[in-house]
Structure formats: structure tokens, C-alpha cells
Write a protein that binds this ligand. Sequence first.
Ligand code: PEP
Ligand code: MN
Length: 447
Amino acid sequence: MTIPSLEQLHALGARQQPTYDDPAALAAVVDRLRTQPPLVFAGECDDLKEKLAAVARGEAFLLQGGDCAETLAGVSAENVRNKLRVLLQMAVVLTYAGSVPVVKLGRLAGQYAKPRSNDFETRVTAEGEVTLPAYRGDAVNGFEFTPESRRHDPQRLLDVYNASAATLNLIRAFATGGYADLRQVHTWNTDFVSGSLYGQRYEKLAQEIDKAMQFMHAIGIDAEELRRVDFHSSHEALVLEYEHAMTRIDSRTEAPYDVSGHFVWIGERTRQLDGAHVELLSKIRNPIGVKLGPTTTADDAIALAGKLNPENEAGRLTFITRFGAQKIRDGLPDLIEKVTASGLEVAWVCDPMHGNTFEASSGYKTRRFDDVIEEVQGFFDVHRALGTWPGGIHVELTGDDVTECVGGGEELTDADLASRYESVCDPRLNRVQSLEMAFLVAEMLRL
Ligand code: PEP
Ligand code: MN
């Protein structure tokens, strides 16, 4: 299968793209990227696709999570390790409660480009009102509010490639080198539960897991599987130059794969059926996702599946719904019913973040922990009522103790947001909120 050229993609009126002012510099970057080694291998993408096929069949659950926007400065051992740790902790709780494998997928090692509602940002500075290009993620420009930093710089695509390589290298080492050992991850969970008042709410489930661990120990289970985990990478495929340059023909199958990440998804703002992103992703063989917001009709979803997964291969396509806590119970049933009635093989995953963002009185963009949980509850209720499988969650989170979302057991308030708000884009659940979410979703999975 051949893939369209970059020119053909741009001719489709690609949305949310950087505007580069130096075509020669851009061309040089794209040429350089094309010669770089793959970040992931086609066979690994196929393995993930098989795991996602199990999600689509109702035999596995997907946990996908990480920053809204990774930053180049955030590529430190500590930051990556903390994110991996919280995801592994969540996965253990969900695996036990769901009694199904949990597919672990990081929103990391490539999540550097952001779609924006406005192309420009205006701030009141000492010099008066200043308007500059909006921050579009470290793949495109800098967060700092100066004309130099906000210029769209193609060199950043090479920085993203290198940062993603470093992140993946670390993740691969952690995932297989003993850090992900189930017994250790379980100890972190028991520390969380016994170490705080809000953790204690989850004591019962933690004790059950503890019993299961002791049982396995008693009968002498000491399998290699306990010491390592499968962990895959994902990001939104947004900047066409980057994703196109990283798309390669796999020598084994002679099919194109986007080797910038195992799983790539199309965002809510770029999912036009005849648009460039759908066109490019329809041609690659990776497992892919599409975000579906509350304006999505069942016909839209069916048409997207027809174009993106014409052979109706299970595991190939994941629909990531992000309706908002107030809309999911009304909007989701029709979508699921009609997609299911069409015989389409898709995995359904809930993003309970992007429909629940609002501006706090302090001016920070935030989300309420309770809204996030309420959307997941709605997602489970709708699927249970229809007899379909609530296949997973897609969460913006961090392993650090930031203050970006309000609520949760620590009862973070608007006034707390200023103390440690570090996201350069959307607010993430912090470590404690993420663990609490895992225990709460575990209760939903168990029923
Ligand atoms: C995101 O995942 O950060 C995002 C921008 O989501 P959506 O495309 O669903 O708005
Ligand atoms: Mn986001």
C-alpha cells in the first residue's frame, strides 16, 4: 500500500498545522527524520493490536494515560519513572478487580503537539495587551510568552524525536528490568492505602489483592511474568510532517507503519472524514484511535470506521469517547447501538477528561475529580445497559503531586491550584487522584 505524499495531504486542507516560515529548513528536518531509526517496531504495533482486539472482544481492559502535553524539559528519569509507576499501580488494581488483562498504554514518548481552539493568545503585560501565536506543544513552539519562543520552529521536530527515543529507552528498561515487578508495585499500593486517610477508603480491595499475592507466593508462583510488563506508547498524530516522515514500509509485511509510536490517535478537531489526518492514518497499519466528542453522530462514527478499518479488523480501531459527565448518558447510547448494529469491531474507551474542563475563578483551567468519575460511571452504565463492553479509560495524569484538578480525597480547592500547577496545557490528575480513580473504576469493573 502506498501512502499519500505530504503535498497531497496538505492539499486536503489539513487542520491544526504549524505555519513554518522557512520551507528549506522544514524540508531539511523532514529529510533528516526520514533517515532516523524507528522508535517502535512494526511487530510491536501488531502485538498491541492483538491486545486491543481482546479489548474489543470484551476480554481485556485498556488503561491509557499520561500528560496532556509532554515537554522537552520534562524528560528526566524521575518524571518518566513517576508516570510509569502510577500507571503500573493503577493497572494492578484494575487487573485484580476486572479479572481481565489490562493493556498498558502510555500517553508518552511522542505526545508533544497540541491542537488549539484559538490560533492566538492575548495577555496583558507591562507593555500593554500583547497577542502572540498560541502555544501548540513543544513539537511546534515554546510555552514562554515571547515572539521568539512562539515562532513555529521545525528543528523542534528533531528534538521531539530525540526526547521520545530517550523516554522509550527508559520505559523499556523500567518495564523489563525489575522496576515493574508485581510485588513491588503491590507494595506501593499498600503504602498508598495505609499511608493516608483518603487511601484507607480503599483498604478492603487492597487487602483482597494482598491475599491474592500471598496465595500466589504460598503456592510458589514465581513466573517471569511477575517481573516484567508489556507497556506501549501512544500520542495524537497531529503534525503531518513528523508522522509522515516517521511512516516506513515494514520489510516483513511490506505495509506502512507509523514508527513514531505504537498507537496513534486522531483528535476531536481533526477527525474530518475527508481530512488529511484520517487519510494518512487510514493508510498505516498501526492500531489507531479516534476521539469522539458530543457532536459526533452515529453516521459519522460508522463512516470513520468504514474508512479507517475497511476490513473490520478487531484491535485496529478504538473509539475514545469524550462527551462530558453531563452529556454521556444521553449521547453515548445511540452511538454504541448503531455502531454495534452495523457489525463494526471497535474497542470503546472513555476519555473522562476533555468534556469536563472549565476555568476556575482563579483563572486556571481545571477539572473536578467528581466529574471525571461521574463520566466513567456513565460510560460503564451505558455499556452495561446495552450489553457492550466498557473497554477502558484514557486519562490525563501524572505521577507527581501537582495541583491541577480540584477535588479528590485531598479535597483540592480553587485556591490550591496555584501552589503546584505545572501543566503547559490541560489539567492532569495527580498521583493521589489517579490512584483513587483506579480504586473507584475497579469497583465499577467488578459489578
Ligand atoms: C487531548 O487528548 O489532549 C485532546 C486535545 O483531546 P481532544 O482531541 O479529545 O479534544
Ligand atoms: Mn488534553
